[in-house]
Design a protein around this ligand. Sequence first.
Ligand SMILES: Cc1ncc(COP(=O)(O)O)c(C=O)c1O
Length: 464
Amino acid sequence: MGITPQQDPQNMSTFSQVDPQIAKLIKAEETRQQNSLQMIPSENHTSRSVMEALGSALTNKYSEGYPKKRYYQGNKIIDEIELLAIERAKKLFAVPHVNVQPYSGSPANTAIYFALCEPLRDKIMGLSLAFGGHLTHGAPVSISGKYFKAVPYEVGKDGLLDYTAIEKLAKQEKPKIIVCGFTAYPKTIDFARFGQIADSCSAYLLADISHIAGLIVGGAHPSPVPYVDIVMTTTHKTLRGPRGAMIMVTQKGLKKDPELADKIDKAVFPGLQGGPHDNQTAAIAVALREASTGAFKKYAAQIVKNSKALAKGLIKYGFKLSGGGSDNHLILIDLRSKNVNGAVAAIALEAAGIVVNKNGVPFDTMPPFYPSGIRLGTPAVTTRGMKEAEMTKIAAWINQTIDEIKKEKLPDDKQSLRSSTSSAGLKEKRAIFIREFRIRADQNKNLAKIASQVKALCQKFPIP
Ligand SMILES: Cc1ncc(COP(=O)(O)O)c(C=O)c1O
């Protein structure tokens, strides 16, 4: 075991002496990230400077309240840091008001709903989870669906937003808030059209740009700011900052409701949270500075180029992509045409060194734990400096991987009907299959061969 604080009163020992177990696990995770391709579209490799801010003495401070209005002493420096983060965000996104305190995206959305809606009475209209929305956009299992009346909308058969249908639903249901901005939508969002829809039924319009914030500030996706009242973003996806979130109020929002900024601030603190994570605030400020550079603009453009190149490569191998391709950082593969389950594919790809997530596809008939698709994206591999040529290689490896496991069939309903297995029995059968498949995938020589080629590529593109 490690050294205790009593054995080291001057705190001179290294991390690995104090806690060898955790230090070793962190090292192992760093190695995993280095030697494989991180292609979960909500992930990224943040900079060393962001990590330094996160691991700084700021983690020791309590600063409940807002700059110059704190409940604790000793906050002069923290005030400067938070004000700097706010100023940078205001400038970068061109908004008049920003709250940088939300711990993460889910509490930020929750605070917005509590700021504007009457619990158990008002309606929130967001894209259904099964069609690419986030849990916090009104899913029944989330506080957003439990405390507010959810009005879910869907994408059309082509996987694209059907603005006419959304408008019709909004006029019929008259929600208090409409949420636009998604978790698994590969195409450009028409924020101006959403603005018209919200205006037509006097709803507040919230753009949840968690996934595409980096593309927006980098000029690779249109900004929602002129058309919406509130913008929420996580800071750890394409924006490449620490885990965290920001809530912004636009000029349009302030015109509609002059108290909007105040309502949001009060809902974050003291409504939902206590002391802000000042180390996180500083790290957000660092990320915002990085995101305001010309280099970041190039990065954002490259994310999209890479996603389009990867989509093109996958289509060439006969993969069916939801929405027909990608306009942003994200690709949703519908594996039904390949007759491979998404959960099985994700396990096989991990064994091949390509880390993606299983994901439902529009009109999926499979349950969320065994969905029909996978979701992947290019923010993290682009941070490593990979370009279109590498995406072509990755498409080929994905194709080889799926080909390798095409005989692996998840037990299906038809089988359970034949053998009169109950739905609980089917669940158990599937769980056993997945457990055993994981072992088979880890022992598969062809997948290991792909993993070693992936590793060789990764070594040419170290994590910055
Ligand atoms: C669109 C969207 N909103 C909100 C969130 C929630 O963010 P967090 O996981 O930080 O709570 C996510 C996370 O994936 C997201 O994709």
